[in-house]
Design a protein around this ligand. Sequence first.
Ligand SMILES: C[S@@+](CC[C@H](N)C(=O)[O-])C[C@H]1O[C@@H](n2cnc3c(N)ncnc32)[C@H](O)[C@@H]1O
Length: 438
Amino acid sequence: MCSRPSAEIAIAADNGPALGYAAGMPDSTDARLAAQYEAYPYPKRDPRDEARRLVIGSPSHLREIEFWVFGARRATSQPLRALVAGGGTGDGTIMLATHMARVGRAGDVTYLDRSTAAMAIARGRAEARSLANIAWEARSILDLPGSGLGPFDYIDCCGVLHHLPDPTEGLAALLSVLAPGGGLGLMVYAPHGRTGVYMLQDALRRLAPPDLPPAQRLDIARRVMKHLPDSAWLRTNRNFSDHLDGGDAGLYDLLLNPRDRPYDVPALYALLEGAGLSVTCLMEPMRYDPAIYLPDPKLRALAAGLGPVGRAALAESLTANISTHVAYCVRTADAWAPPDAMAPDAVPVAREMPAEELARNIRADGVLPFVFDGLRVPVALPPLAVPILKLIDGVRTVGGIAAALAERGTPAPVFAKAWGETWAKLSALNRILLAPPP
Ligand SMILES: C[S@@+](CC[C@H](N)C(=O)[O-])C[C@H]1O[C@@H](n2cnc3c(N)ncnc32)[C@H](O)[C@@H]1O
């Protein structure tokens, strides 16, 4: 979504606050950004498509929020008050509101964006689905403090902070309406996986300066794309496709955006830590573990000594295919701890693909083939993973699964070892999570 995990791209002009910008001052680059999303609401969506599919992704999948923000400890009987800040044409809002409606979850989703054109499309999508659990706010994120909105238990801000004149100010505005114990799901652009984008942005600033009318800039960008030299890095970059299949909105957002500032892992952590936030997970956690790319024991040992941020940074630099970072985070003072997946009353649940279907994808040699943006990673699972997955239905507890397998002759310690290994791998792939209590 944002076609979150995969197709959310934009462009660079400024790598930081605009020259002369100060909080509260008008900023001409920001005015151009506002005009862009009014003319080309992003991403390109048609409310009629709601009849045939739900766009899903990260952040803001309900199961992810329950696990990665609330540690599967927050009862589902508690209402969930969510804010989608910079909601665009509605992907996050529609997904979360639909998930909540499906399970009858109390609470609501507040969509906020300053683009009235984007909001009109998002509203059309909500109407197409007869969703009655969304509130609509046409205003700036920067106006949140003192707005009377909130507090919110969960805030989505996907593909927005990196466009703001001052992302730190934007984050502070979001935190001003975050309820105690709440958390955020963020997405920001990542530099290495967007190789080629910033070069083309630079070329287009020369051919189609930001002060030209948007339609003229778009025309020039289309002509450039027709004659893109074979050597251009954008040609070989397969991590996103907005410029190929995202329509005018996708091309403009990728190559003509007046401001986007990518964050590598250390820069993202610095931004979040500066705001008093701790990351509970980067999505998917496994792809940020360099050990999966480094079979050499010496390299693994060196990587292990780097600390969590260093290891994630190493994975990002090594693979070079991460074009966006999706991070769930909570206030550092709230100290998120992973729930105990070995507890007999824990309830494993498949995030999206039914666990039984996941089991069918495991090869005879016990390997689950997984692809991270074109990079194949063989995930080795124990032989018991298949029968365990077949028993995961979002209701049965770990104790219940152990008992069912004991009846078929699996001793408790054998189950515990196999479940521990299966859980470690499949939760790190964000495929199997734990369900919250009722
Ligand atoms: C790249 S789009 C992302 C849309 C959506 N979050 C998604 O992931 O599909 C960025 C959105 O942020 C909105 N935006 C940018 N600056 C904003 C601000 N200061 N206040 C509110 N919305 C803003 C734009 O209007 C646009 O709809």
